[in-house]
Write a protein that binds this ligand. Structure first.
Ligand SMILES: Cc1cc2nc3c(=O)[nH]c(=O)nc-3n(C[C@H](O)[C@H](O)[C@H](O)COP(=O)(O)OP(=O)(O)OC[C@H]3O[C@@H](n4cnc5c(N)ncnc54)[C@H](O)[C@@H]3O)c2cc1C
Length: 472
């Protein structure tokens, strides 16, 4: 008789876990609270009819570079990656923009005096991407499969972005590096913040920063489509309130963050383990705005029209100040803004000649402060007249985000702070395992953390299967 597993939550990690279990021959049921699967990988009409916005994730370096996703026939299930001519644009006050090109040599040439230093920092990992990606997208191992490569990475990764940026002499390159490091939600003078800059830049050169045709939902639909070939489907509008209320399963894989696991797992989990989960720390939140626009964004630096992603924050020092404020529980006056403009490269996102934009800035966890004016001031700074292009907008406070995906606790989009402790032991020393032998956690609160790559779900399901095989 085949074994049965229940996956709670149909985010990218829940779906990845479900696929691994189904591939191993288990009968898998996926229960999802929301009416649409995908979690923070969903595309919805959030403003006006015909304007399709990514509710959460929008740009997918780690999705395209995920060893697990790459092993699946997702293109047969409708997933098509679109690459903008440049991966990323970072405009500056002089009306120009620094571009992160997919081609490392082109980036090296365009960065002038810093080209050689950029190349020296990135090329070992870009050239060995197929070895590097599985290493960084799994739990930290003290015995890595590629010790030299990982030792080299560790030497830079453990430093702060501020320390590593000293290698660059041109403030433009330092600004570019700051924007990449700010994806960490850490202060740029904190250890590990450099790791994020490298983990964002290296895939840009190795696999690009693509967007899926049709939006993030296309990734989810492809995962669901492939899962359905095993006879497994996602039951939507099916919130799980307690594991005890579910029928008998051999395994439970929870695409939940620690706080929810405590609630749902309740009596199944030991008191000590629950205490450990309760001491897990969530990170800063985001304040997000989706725009329906009647034209492309009027960037001063027209190079910005070449990239699906734009980082708005100016110099290294300004971005560092913005991120430090948030890390200290404050709101930045000039927040670092991450912006995506997918409709420039994917006409399916908006009606003819119209456009969409997606933008967010970091705020303290659970913030109730309205950051709209400050966020739009940053866009106007580099694109005067932006406000005149707005047909409609939809604003998401951290609480609004959490109301549409319970894993976004206090607006935290990364499943918990990624400082040194939670990088090593995420969410506890047991990682995917819990105190209950048949219950596993597989969300971005486990290694390797946030991002749409499915690797948390993949590793959690592999661990569950290997332990199950020892028991049966
Ligand atoms: C605004 C925003 C921007 C982002 N930008 C990017 C980006 O550009 N690129 C990128 O790679 N990543 C980005 N991310 C991060 C990325 O989306 C997440 O790291 C990723 O979705 C995590 O996947 P997950 O499966 O762990 O969790 P989620 O995607 O959050 O999915 C969890 C699922 O579990 C469901 N659930 C929760 N509780 C229950 C319950 N009790 N019962 C049943 N179901 C339940 C939720 O409804 C949800 O569907 C962004 C996220 C957000 C919110």
């Amino acid at each position: 008789m085949s074994l049965k597993a229940c996956v709670i939550g149909a985010g990218p990690n829940g779906l990845a876990a479900a696929i691994v279990l189904a591939q191993a021959g288990l009968q898998v049921d996926v229960l999802e609270a929301e009416p649409t699967p995908g979690g923070a990988a969903r595309t919805l009409e959030l403003t006006l009819p015909g304007f399709r916005h990514d509710f959460g994730s929008a740009v997918f370096p780690l999705g395209a570079g995920s060893p697990f996703f790459s092993s699946l026939p997702l293109s047969n299930h409708g997933l098509e990656w679109i690459h903008s001519p440049a991966a990323l644009a970072h405009p500056l006050d002089d009306g120009t923009a620094v571009l992160l090109q997919r081609d490392l040599k082109e980036t090296r040439d365009s960065l002038g005096i810093d080209g050689a230093a950029w190349d020296k920092l990135m090329s070992p990992f870009v050239e060995h991407w197929s070895e590097f990606a599985p290493e960084i997208l799994r739990p930290v191992s003290f015995v890595p499969r590629h010790p030299w490569l990982m030792a080299r990475f560790g030497m830079v990764a453990l430093q702060s972005a501020q320390a590593v940026a000293q290698r660059f002499r041109d403030p433009r390159t330092r600004a570019l590096f700051a924007g990449l490091a700010a994806h960490s939600f850490l202060s740029l003078d904190e250890p590990l913040s450099a790791a994020f800059a490298i983990m964002m830049a290296v895939p840009a050169h190795a696999v690009g920063w693509p967007i899926p045709r049709g939006g993030a939902q296309a990734i989810t639909n492809a995962l669901c489509g492939f899962l359905s070939t095993f006879g497994s489907n996602v039951s939507t509008s099916s919130p799980v309130r307690s594991l005890a209320a579910l029928p008998n399963y051999d395994l439970f894989l929870c695409d939940l963050t620690p706080r929810q696991l405590v609630k749902v797992g309740g009596e199944r989990l030991s008191e000590t383990y629950k205490r450990r989960l309760q001491s897990y720390r969530y990170g800063a939140g985001v304040f997000k705005v989706d725009y329906a626009l009647n034209s492309p964004i009027p960037w001063k630096a027209t190079d910005c029209l070449r990239a699906a992603t734009v980082h708005l924050g100016g110099s290294f020092e300004e971005i560092a100040a913005s991120e430090k404020a948030v890390r200290n529980g404050q709101h930045a006056d000039h927040p670092f803004v991450l912006l995506a403009q997918p409709s420039l490269f994917d006409s399916s996102r908006a009606p003819a000649a119209k456009h969409t934009a997606w933008a967010y800035c970091h705020v303290p966890n659970g913030s109730k402060v309205d950051m709209l004016e400050k966020l739009e001031n940053q866009i106007e700074r580099f694109a005067p007249g932006f406000r005149d292009c707005i047909l409609a907008r939809r604003v998401f406070s951290p609480a609004d985000l959490e109301s549409m995906d319970a894993n976004l606790v206090g607006g935290d989009i990364g499943g918990g702070v990624m400082d040194l402790r939670q990088f090593l032991f995420r969410p506890t020393m047991r990682r995917y395992a819990t105190s209950a032998r048949d219950v596993y956690i597989c969300s971005s609160s486990t290694p390797p953390g946030g991002g749409v790559h499915g690797m948390c779900g993949y590793h959690a399901a592999k661990m569950a299967l290997s332990r199950l095989s020892k028991l049966t």
